[in-house]
Structure formats: structure tokens, C-alpha cells
Design a protein around this ligand. Structure first.
Ligand SMILES: C[S@@+](CC[C@H](N)C(=O)[O-])C[C@H]1O[C@@H](n2cnc3c(N)ncnc32)[C@H](O)[C@@H]1O
Length: 271
């Protein structure tokens, strides 16, 4: 169960960040290919814009692109090491603002100031209480027609199956069940689901307007969700639409297969 303390220890102390997080983009053929092929198509409707808030930027894998789509970009991460790395990496950008937080608080963000909030490949490690706290604050931080796009865990959807599996003796489990049922969970938070995200939005006076459930890093389990939300009275508000996408890794494969073909010569692909 990834607690805030474990996240802090992992990202601030243990992880080496040898490639600034680009190592996680190899299935897509590199960070640029992943941004252009997998992320931008899902968020282009909301950018360029005035102020973007990025929660949990790490060493700035997506900050590097987001910064070109706004007048102001605020980044918040619980790791001081990550924020320092972003400050160095984007030292020439005067429109970036940096904050280290406690893994929950957005008190440093003025109310009614954010046009678009973004988080990708980070809050998948945040448990339900953290997600609820962030959403309750985002309701006041977003402008009236602001929109959020947050990548989070849906592993809780499989909690029942996992708890049954845990009752099977571990030697049998390894032989029979793990291979079939327990695909890699990539340190996803087991308490979080897309359904809970929708409920937390509702409680905070936000409307969840779209959720894409994806099989991140595996064949058959929709362990992640990309959730879109906006204030209930926003012009962007509409009934939630949920899409189950078991072809997410196939999409990555095809992006990866073509990435080198359309890259400019001086760029290293997949590094
Ligand atoms: C796997 S890294 C990903 C970083 C970046 N989004 C990327 O894709 O390269 C996870 C990041 O999330 C941050 N993080 C984890 N839990 C957080 C929380 N509750 N609040 C703020 N930052 C958090 C970590 O400090 C780390 O920078």
C-alpha cells in the first residue's frame, strides 16, 4: 500500500532518476512519442490556456511539454529532490512556479486560479484518502470553467479478486494464480477506483465528465483510469462517460513502432 511516507522515501531518497523518468516511456518509443501519441490526443481540447497546475511532476517529463501550452505553470510535488530538479531543468522559464507539499495540501494555490490541472503517471501511487483530499481542494482552486485530467489507480476494482488470491497458500499462488490473475500492478494504490473518483468529485461539487479505464502494463486488467472533471456549473459540465480501453498497450505498441520513423535525425528515440 503506497502511503505518502513510502512515496516520499521512494522518490526523494531511493529512486535514482538516471533518465529523469524518460525510462518509463520506453514502451511508447520515448517521452516525446508518448506525449504526442498518447497524452496530447487526450488533453488537446483544454490547451493552450492561461494557468496549468501539474501535480507530481517528478523530474519534469511532462512539465517539459506543458510549459509550452500556458502563460503560467505551477508544479507541486512532495519530493524536494524532484522540485529542485525541475527548477534546474527549467531555469530559463520565468513562467514556472514551484512548490514542495506534504503529499496532500494545495493551500499554496490561490482559489479560482487554475484553468487546467494535470497529473500523469504519479497519483496512480496515491491512496483514496489522498485523492479525495486533492479533489476537495481542486474544487476551489479551479476557475469556474476549469478542467482537470488526472491519471489515477483503479486497482481497487480488483480488490475482491486479490483478497481471494491472498487466501491461497503462497506456494500454490505462485504456481497457479499469479501468472493467470495477478498481472503486474506497478505499485498502484489498492484502495482507489474510478468509481470512487467520480463520487469524490460529486462530494466536492465537481462533475466527472469522462473516464478512460486502461490496462496499463498488462493484458487484461483495467488497473488505471484517466479521469476528466470540471466544476458542476462549468460550461464543460456533462454526464460522465466511461470507456473501458483494453487496447491501451496495443496503442503504445503502434506508437513505439512508428516513433523512429517520424523523429528528426538529431533526436534519440527511446532513450
Ligand atoms: C513515478 S514518478 C512520476 C513523475 C512524473 N509524473 C513522470 O511521469 O515522469 C511519481 C511522482 O509523484 C510524486 N508524488 C507521489 N505521491 C504524491 C502526492 N501524494 N503528492 C504529490 N506528489 C506525489 C513523487 O514525488 C514523484 O515525483
Amino acid at each position: 500500500m503506497p502511503s505518502i511516507e513510502e512515496n516520499q522515501q521512494t522518490w526523494d531518497e531511493n529512486y535514482e532518476w538516471a533518465k529523469q523518468g524518460d525510462e518509463w516511456s520506453s514502451s511508447w518509443g520515448g517521452a516525446e512519442a508518448q506525449w504526442v501519441g498518447a497524452i496530447l490526443p487526450r488533453i488537446h481540447a483544454f490547451m493552450p490556456t492561461g494557468t496549468i497546475l501539474e501535480i507530481a511532476p517528478g523530474f519534469g517529463r511532462w512539465t517539459n511539454y506543458l510549459r509550452t501550452y500556458c502563460d503560467r505553470l505551477i508544479v507541486v510535488d512532495l519530493s524536494e529532490k524532484c522540485i529542485k530538479a525541475c527548477q534546474q531543468r527549467f531555469a530559463t522559464d520565468s513562467h514556472l512556479e514551484y512548490h514542495v507539499n506534504d503529499g496532500k495540501s494545495l493551500a499554496m494555490i490561490p482559489d479560482n486560479s487554475i484553468d487546467f490541472v494535470f497529473s500523469f503517471d504519479s497519483l496512480v501511487h496515491a491512496e483514496a484518502d489522498v485523492m479525495e483530499t486533492y479533489l476537495s481542494q481542486l474544487a476551489t482552486k479551479l476557475k469556474p470553467n476549469g478542467v482537470g485530467f488526472i491519471h489515477h489507480s483503479n486497482l481497487g476494482k480488483y480488490q475482491q479478486a486479490f483478497s481471494i488470491v491472498e487466501q491461497i497458500p503462497s506456494d500454490m499462488r505462485a504456481e497457479i494464480v499469479n501468472k493467470v490473475l495477478l498481472e503486474p500492478t506497478h505499485w498502484r494504490a489498492p484502495s482507489m477506483t474510478a468509481k470512487l473518483f467520480e463520487e469524490y468529485c460529486d462530494r466536492a461539487d465537481l462533475q466527472c465528465i469522462g473516464q478512460e479505464l486502461v490496462n496499463w502494463g498488462n493484458e487484461g486488467l483495467l488497473i488505471d483510469s484517466f479521469s476528466l472533471f470540471t466544476p458542476k456549473n462549468s460550461t464543460q459540465s456533462r454526464a460522465n462517460q466511461i470507456v473501458e480501453n483494453l487496447a491501451f498497450m496495443k496503442e503504445a505498441d503502434s506508437i513505439e513502432r512508428l516513433a523512429h520513423l517520424y523523429a528528426i535525425k538529431s533526436k534519440k528515440i527511446g532513450s
